[in-house]
Write a protein that binds this ligand. Sequence first.
Ligand SMILES: Cc1cc2nc3c(=O)[nH]c(=O)nc-3n(C[C@H](O)[C@H](O)[C@H](O)COP(=O)(O)OP(=O)(O)OC[C@H]3O[C@@H](n4cnc5c(N)ncnc54)[C@H](O)[C@@H]3O)c2cc1C
Ligand SMILES: NC(=O)c1ccc[n+]([C@@H]2O[C@H](COP(=O)([O-])OP(=O)(O)OC[C@H]3O[C@@H](n4cnc5c(N)ncnc54)[C@H](O)[C@@H]3O)[C@@H](O)[C@H]2O)c1
Length: 465
Amino acid sequence: MSDKKPCDVDLLVIGAGSGGVRCARIAAGHGARVAVAEGRHWGGTCVNLGCVPKKLMVQASEYGDYVADSHGFGWNTEPGTFDWAKLIAAKDREIHRLNGIYVSMLEKAGVRLLTGHARFEDAHTIVTTPTGLDPKAKPERITAERIVIATGSAPTRLPIVGADLAITSDEVFSLPALPRRVCIIGAGYIGIEFAGIFAGLGASVDLVYRQDLPLRGFDEDLRTALHEAIGQRGITQHEKTSPTRIECDGDAFTVTLDNGNRLTADCVLMATGRHPKTEKLGLETTRIRTTEDGRIEIDRHFEATQPGIFAIGDVTNRLNLTPVAIAEGHILADRLYADRSREWSFDTTPKAVFFTPPLASVGLTETEAAERGTTDIYLSKFRPMRHTLSGRERRTLMKLVVDQATQKIVGAHMIGEDAPELMQGLAIAVTAGLRKADFDRTIGIHPTSGEEFVTMRTRTRVSGD
Ligand SMILES: Cc1cc2nc3c(=O)[nH]c(=O)nc-3n(C[C@H](O)[C@H](O)[C@H](O)COP(=O)(O)OP(=O)(O)OC[C@H]3O[C@@H](n4cnc5c(N)ncnc54)[C@H](O)[C@@H]3O)c2cc1C
Ligand SMILES: NC(=O)c1ccc[n+]([C@@H]2O[C@H](COP(=O)([O-])OP(=O)(O)OC[C@H]3O[C@@H](n4cnc5c(N)ncnc54)[C@H](O)[C@@H]3O)[C@@H](O)[C@H]2O)c1
């Protein structure tokens, strides 16, 4: 492209997901001429096939427990029946509403919308081709001074025989009926959350994972408590196992495990991670480099190896969470078009896994903290008040990880009702570098589970001595 010819827009964003929408909107707010291309769904994974429909389904799956638990409180409620089709239709209506909000938010910000699959023709030119999102959309060619790749990630299937017979999280939200028997492969975020959803809705669930505990990377005490909670939810765990093949036998599937066992299911969900979405992007027409595992190589300002091209969110495969993609999009737009540098504390990004009961964490695990120095551990495990009357066997675990030398709280972990809601507040405390003494002088709210975080006076153990 000639240097002299002005570009059609200042910024073109590929992908209208969590990161792309924020980046486009903020850049337009700073006065840049912005366009965004989207090929599948406005709002991206979080809105359409991730956080939002997942959370609605978790909520749906918890009503059965509420009915059962109410008996201990004097209610004579009968268990009702569950209507999968009604839930999916209600969820779809809500997502449709959110899609509209995203489109109008971008339009109001003055962002030009391009519907279709975007592909690089060169480092400043993108062409779009129509997709199912709007088959009648016209193909377009657009030039941009800068381009942001915010194309997200896609589910990864294990390379085993019959892998295509399994569904992934992309298909799970639109199953025609609730499967009676589900086999879930993988015990990361998605495996755990869907094990909880299906079990809560009444399906029998087999959870197959290769480690001895679920949720690798989380604190060991939390993982142990989760292992127990999964068992209490009636889910069968196949620890230290991997599937070797999946076969279809009429309507049912057989999953063969590497220990020789065979599981029968009506639905097999593969929840074995995600990879950056860069295929068919035309990266070969640019000087953008990707790493061996497919992520776009970027510097600390999100700039790729081709100057003027940036990447944010899941496509960079770092912390693959919606608030992180949003923060990255915002930081980038501010830097490029307002010469402003916005600070976000990525090191203390809180995480939550919406099982029933949910779990949440911020900061270092005990193992990570102990590797850095001597660590004081405060641990509390108790039966929450609700379950003294409901009779349900469900425990809450709370844990504080304290750097002994500075007495700073470097990690907080919880499994139990409302853990994600509570953890948001604790994330502020950990981000601010508060000390154990600050927690000790904070008055509790009684009666809550949360007050336990400010009343843990006796150290449980010292780690990393
Ligand atoms: C089942 C599930 C549950 C999740 N739950 C949570 C949760 O509870 N909390 C949380 O924080 N995170 C959650 N996540 C992760 C979260 O959804 C992602 O981290 C987040 O959506 C990443 O945002 P992004 O902008 O990088 O990509 P995305 O939101 O995936 O957006 C990328 C967009 O780019 C479009 N696109 C891709 N290629 C092209 C192209 N060539 N041309 C045009 N458009 C293109 C895609 O269609 C998509 O709309 C979940 C993910 C999944 C799968
Ligand atoms: N609540 C949330 O914030 C939330 C919810 C869902 C997804 N997400 C995001 O989406 C990402 C993807 O979720 P996910 O659950 O698919 O990935 P994950 O990385 O959390 O878990 C992947 C699972 O697959 C297993 N696995 C991977 N390769 C395997 C192999 N070769 N053989 C056997 N098992 C294998 C892992 O051991 C693990 O149990 C998450 O990492 C997270 O960033 C977040």
